[in-house]
Design a protein around this ligand. Sequence first.
Ligand code: GLU
Length: 376
Amino acid sequence: MKDHVSKFQRIVIKIGSSLLVDPENGLRRAWLDSLLADVANLAKGGKEVLIVSSGAIALGRRELSEKGIDLRDGFLKLEESQAAAAVGQIALSEIFSETLKGHSLVAAQILLTIGDTEQRRRYLNARNTIATAISWKAIPIINENDSVATSEIRYGDNDRLAARVATMCSADLLILFSDIDGLYDAPPATNPDAKLISKVTSIDSAIEAMAGEAASIHSRGGMKTKIDAAKIATSSGTAMVIASGQHQHPITQLAKTGVGTWFDPNPNSISDRKKWIAGGLEINGQITIDAGALIALEGGKSLLPAGVTKIEGEFQRGDTVEILGPNGHAVARGLAEYDAKDALAIVGMKSSQISEQLGPSARSSLVHRDNLVLDG
Ligand code: GLU
C-alpha cells in the first residue's frame, strides 16, 4: 500500500489549539496519546520529528476558569493571554514530556519569539539548539514564547512559526493538522459543491483568494496564515500538507489516505537561497583558505578552521564573509558562524582543539555548507 508520509525524513508537525483543547472538556488526552503513539512509530522508524504545538493559551484559559477566573469566552487582553499562556504552557510541557517518556522518548521544549527566527544571529543560535536536540533523538516541542511576546513583536499564529521552524531545520515536510481537511475551492460550510484542492504546485492569486480569513477565538490562524506558511515552507524547499487532525492517530491516517492539500516544494529553492547570499549582502570580512580546504569546499563541504590561513575584517556571527583561495582570489561567500575575534582564535585548529579553546558548545565550522555559495 502506498504510504504518503514515509518518503519524508525530517517532519515538522503543527497541531492547532482546537485539536488539542476542547473548550468544554479540556485537553483531548486520548487524541494526543494517539498522535504521540504515531510520532513514536515514526521515530522508531528512524524519522526525525519536531512538534509545533499550540494550545498554551487555550489550556491556560481552561485551567484558570476551573479555578474561578472566568476566561472561557471572548477575546483576552494582551496581558491576560500572556499569563494564560504561562499557565497553559507548563501544563502542556508536562503532558508532552510524560507521554513521550512512556514511549522511551525525550521531549525538548523550545519557546521562540519572532526575533529568534528573523534576526540572523539568533536564527543561527536557535537552529543549532534544535539541530543538537534532534541529533540526540529528542523530540522538540516548540511554541511561541507567548508569555513575553507582545502584540507588535509576535507571530501570533503557529502556522507561520511552524513554517519558519521547518525551513530553519531544513525539514522535508511540514504537516499542518487542523480541524479542516485542507483548502477548498469555495467555502465548504456554505457551498455543497466545494471541492478539496489536493495538490498545489505553485501559490498564485487564485489559491490565495480561496483562503479567506476565517479563524476561531482559540486558533488565531485561519486558512490565510496556512497559505502564508506554505509560501515560507515551499520557497525554502519544504513540502507542506494541510490535513485534518480530527481522527485518532492522525499521522497514520494521513499516511494511509493522503487526504489533504499538498504543496510541492520549489525545486529551485536551494540555488535561490544561494543566489541571495552571493548577490545581495554587504561583505564584512575575508577568510583565506589553503588548497585542501578549497578542494573540500568544491566537494560541497563546510569551511572548517583547520583549513584557514588568514582572517580579516570586523565581522560578527551571521555576517557575510568572502572566502579567498590560496592565491588571494575570491572563491566563495557565506555567512560566518563566528565573530571575527573568535574566528581568529581558532584559525588552523581541529574540532577537538576548538572545544578546548571556546568550550564544548563551540561549532565545528566557520562557514556551514548550507550558508556557503561558491563563486560561479
Ligand atoms: N501560541 C499559541 C498558543 O500556544 C497558539 C497560536 C495559534 O493558535 O496558532 O496558545
